[in-house]
Write a protein that binds this ligand. Structure first.
Ligand code: FMN
Length: 186
């Protein structure tokens, strides 16, 4: 069975990302075609990248990097749940991604964005990053609006149609995650 991580990409107190990531996880758990785990980058207490050797060399010095590496390495594919900050993803998520290299390679990614324009610009910024990490990013994405999916811009109440878009994204992600697993075995 493929193992997928749902990566919660915001860390600030009062983050909306927590409700969004749990919602994605609940939808994913109804499926029987993969295993899903919610991974909260906040739990890893990653400082701003503090490894002296570039991640592509895989020579990690710090325990926090080794723990993050082991966790990310254990998955076949990733769902990035990303806020939009200044038309990009969060600094915390970009920093967590930058910590590693080989662990991401030849895997697949899908996205759930949220913001005033559905988090679309944050997701576009992540798609550029995925190319450099040799991650195959699937086309379908989930776009949650602060205007219509959060009551009073705060309480998460997603429109019913988004459940189908989560599953459409997961369908593609599981297909590509499985295909790329065969490549990693060779
Ligand atoms: C530093 C910062 C910059 C933001 N910039 C944008 C933006 O460019 N576009 C947008 O749609 N929302 C923007 N927002 C609003 C966020 O999408 C909204 O606050 C969301 O709840 C952030 O996710 P979080 O609560 O999980 O941290 C910004 C919020 C912050 C804190």
């Amino acid at each position: 069975m493929l193992k997928l991580a749902i990566i919660l990409g915001s860390t600030r107190p009062g983050r909306k990302g927590e409700a969004v990531a749990h919602w994605v996880h609940e939808i994913a758990k109804k499926r029987g075609d993969a295993e899903f785990e919610l991974v909260d980058i906040k739990d890893f207490n990653l400082p701003l990248l503090d490894e002296p050797v570039p991640p592509s060399m895989g020579q990690y010095m710090h325990p926090h990097t080794k723990a993050w590496s082991a966790k990310i390495d254990s998955f076949d594919a990733y769902v990035f749940v990303t806020p939009e900050y200044n038309h990009g993803t969060s600094g915390a998520l970009k920093n967590a991604i930058d910590y590693l290299y080989r662990e991401w390679n030849n895997k697949a990614a899908g996205f759930v964005g949220y913001g005033s324009a559905g988090g679309t610009r944050a997701v576009e910024s992540l798609r550029l990053v995925m190319g450099e990490l040799q991650v195959a990013d699937v086309r379908s994405q989930v776009m949650l609006s602060l205007h219509t999916d959060f009551e009073n811009f705060s309480v998460f109440k997603p429109a019913a149609r988004h459940e189908a878009s989560v599953n459409a994204m997961l369908d593609q992600l599981i297909a590509w995650g499985g295909a790329l697993k065969t490549l990693r075995k060779t």
